[in-house]
Design a protein around this ligand. Structure first.
Ligand code: AMP
Length: 187
């Protein structure tokens, strides 16, 4: 099972991703987590990413794609994976499609988490992460609308996009996502 999670910052991707990978026993690949770990360790990759992250901007496509391409060569992705926070732009999605076509491991489904904007800002402010200051949050939402939303059409065209209502109770949202995944799995 190869799954992509898309949705604006604050939609709950990270929390839901943890639950889904536990259920399906597949690796959780979060580009945000990989970047944060690299910033924490002060690696060269972390240094490249930090200024973009602090400003709520996207890290340049070539940096992200190279990192994910490397991650996808690890043995643990043979039976599937859950991509969280990647792709975030159409060029990233195209690069991913090429990588997965070459390795004959196509994406099975793209789950889009839908939440209204007031609830997003509220969730992000209560999270209190370094990049969760209100002006940065607003900017990240704007970047999402401009650069990431076009992915919905990209995946809709391929028949892979499934919309999930991500408002309200976390457990119920997980149930909705699992229902879609079970349907996809059953073919
Ligand atoms: P996230 O935890 O997914 O919200 O990611 C935190 C930050 O890492 C984002 O605001 C971006 O600066 C950077 N980032 C994570 N994933 C990507 C990606 N696929 N493309 C570009 N930048 C990314």
């Amino acid at each position: 099972m190869r799954v992509i999670l898309v949705g604006p910052p604050g939609a709950g991707k990270g929390t839901q991703a943890e639950r889904l990978v536990a259920k399906y026993d597949i690796p959780h690949i979060s580009t945000g987590d990989i970047f944060r770990a690299n910033v924490g360790k002060g690696t060269e990759l972390g240094q490249k990413a930090k200024s973009y992250m602090d400003a709520g901007e996207l890290v340049p496509d070539e940096v992200v794609v190279e990192m994910v391409a490397d991650r996808l060569t690890h043995d643990d992705v043979a039976n599937g994976c859950l991509l969280d926070g990647f792709p975030r732009t159409v060029p990233q999605a195209q690069a991913l499609e090429e990588l997965l076509t070459a390795s004959k491991q196509p994406i099975n489904v793209v789950l889009k988490l839908s939440v209204d904007e007031d609830e997003l800002v509220e969730r992000l402010l209560s999270r209190g992460r370094a990049d969760d200051k209100e002006d940065v949050i607003r900017h990240r939402l704007e970047v999402y609308r401009q650069q990431t939303e076009p992915l919905e059409y990209f995946y809709w065209q391929r028949g892979l996009l499934r919309d999930v209502d991500a408002m309200g109770d976390m457990d119920e949202i997980t149930e909705r996502m699992l229902a879609v995944l079970e349907e996809v799995k059953a073919g």
